[in-house]
Design a protein around this ligand. Structure first.
Ligand code: SPQ
Length: 431
């Protein structure tokens, strides 16, 4: 296990950072490239551990994929070009790889086995395997097909009209991908709008999609054609430095080329509501996704209430929003966020336990947390990532404001989504 001691840095973070490529979009670019006919080239790919797991799974399924840093070339031969793997498919720590590949494998007339790490082994897959089984796929695994290892035998599926009980882009995507090869129409209706990268990118690959409010529908039998995909910077990675810039005194940070897709940009609304000085420049559309350069400065912050439909639009940013809330005046309430319990860790428990070690006034609720601020954060303690990249980064940012150095245990997890995180942090400290 790797540990990192982060020294406080109250004298300010300054500079410009280009955050790495969006994780959700990088996964989809490789997957859709593998399903498409013709070559797909990806620029700005995130070479994080999760996206490398996606590449390795599709290579095992017979797809030629070359990756060098942020450039990927996928030589797709269409769905029929995928072959039974001679080995198990290891998804590592990646929930996105697991759930989306389940949708794809359900349509393929051969046997596959998916495994992942200890964290993946605890994450619920029935939310995806149940509807896929009702479409005709044969899937089994521990806990009646809920937990990895999962064994899949796919084949000809029937379209479904699925009303999802939880707002999850991974569920929506898995079912739509299966629907692409199913007989008839497949519809997914969500309780609240989730990230729409699958819909946007499938359209760019030539697929016809119908959207009506919270319902997305797709006709089976459509083909994908290889594309050039430009991946924007990941707003979920930018979030750590947006928060650092807002709360560390004397800071001014510019983050360039950040994806600001409204289904992901809830953090920007929350920062503004909390009083952050945040500017957005150079708004443009790149590869079907809106992007902008964001500049944040040290700000006077107030607590807020966050709940309802905004939650899926900032679910992965809640750990770092909790850190920000420790420095805001008054109470911050985060509610309707039960989904935090089924991420890489139970992020309600891990955020509350680690911020408590730093002296924050925070307590868990059934569906979120309540934080009272502002509180000074104490140093000289050891906190843990619990193997969760977002918890590791949130703790490293919190440590910038502590009274003494803080040791963050398990920092290797950060490579899942932001391998250059500490290099970027050091650069902002030194400018
Ligand atoms: O891929 P994984 O492990 O599920 O990653 C996380 C993360 O914090 O990076 C969640 F733990 O992001 C998910 C996100 O929470 C990525 C994702 C996607 O790319 O479709 C959707 C969200 O998950 P869900 O379950 O709400 O659909």
């Amino acid at each position: 296990m790797e540990n990192k001691t982060v020294t406080p840095h109250a004298k300010g973070l300054k500079g410009t950072i280009k955050v790495p490529g969006d994780k959700s979009i990088s996964h989809r670019a490789v997957m859709f490239g593998a399903l498409a006919k013709g070559t797909t080239t990806v620029e700005g790919f995130l070479p994080g551990a999760d996206c490398l797991s996606t590449i390795s799974c599709f290579q095992k399924l017979g797809v030629s994929i070359e990756q060098a840093e942020e450039r990927v070339t996928v030589k797709g031969k269409g769905w029929d070009g995928l072959r039974e793997a001679s080995d198990i498919l290891d998804v590592g720590n990646s929930g996105t790889t697991t759930r989306l590949i389940l949708g794809i494998l359900s349509t393929l007339p051969f046997h596959s086995v998916i495994i992942g790490d200890e964290s993946i082994g605890k994450r619920p897959m029935k939310r995806v395997t149940k509807p896929l089984k009702s479409m005709g796929a044969q899937i089994d695994g521990r806990d009646h097909g809920n937990l990895t290892p999962l064994s899949i035998r796919g084949g000809q599926l029937k379209g479904i009209d699925f009303h999802s009980p939880v707002a999850s882009a991974q569920m929506k995507s898995a079912i739509l991908l299966a629907g692409l090869r199913a007989e008839g129409k497949t519809s997914v209706t969500e309780p609240a709008k989730t990230r729409d990268h699958t819909e946007r990118m499938l359209e760019a690959f030539g697929v016809n999609i119908e959207k009506d409010g919270l319902t997305v529908s797709i006709e089976g039998g459509q083909t994908l054609t290889g594309q050039h995909v430009v991946v924007p910077g990941d707003i979920s990675s930018a979030a750590f430095f947006l928060v650092a810039g807002a709360m560390v005194p004397h800071s001014r940070i510019t983050l360039t080329n950040v994806g600001i897709n409204p289904t992901r940009a809830g953090i920007l609304e929350v920062l503004k509501q909390m009083g952050a000085t945040l500017a957005m420049e150079n708004e443009r559309v790149q590869g079907g996704e809106p992007v902008a350069d964001l500049t944040i400065e040290t700000s006077v912050l107030q607590g807020v209430e966050i709940g309802g439909d905004i939650i899926p639009r900032l679910i992965d940013e809640i750990p770092i929003i909790a850190v920000l809330a420790t420095q805001a005046s008054g109470r911050t309430v985060i509610k309707d966020a039960e989904e935090l319990k089924v991420k890489e860790t139970n992020r309600i428990d891990t955020v509350v336990s680690e911020l408590t070690k730093l002296g924050a006034s925070i307590h868990a609720t059934d569906d979120g947390m309540i934080i009272e601020g502002p509180t000074p954060l104490k140093g000289g303690v050891t906190v843990s990532s619990h193997g969760d990249h977002r918890i590791g980064m949130a703790m490293a940012i919190a440590a910038l404001l502590a009274e003494k150095p803080v040791t963050v245990e398990g920092t290797e997890a950060i490579a899942v989504s932001y391998p250059s995180f500490f290099d970027h942090l050091d650069r902002l400290k030194s400018e």
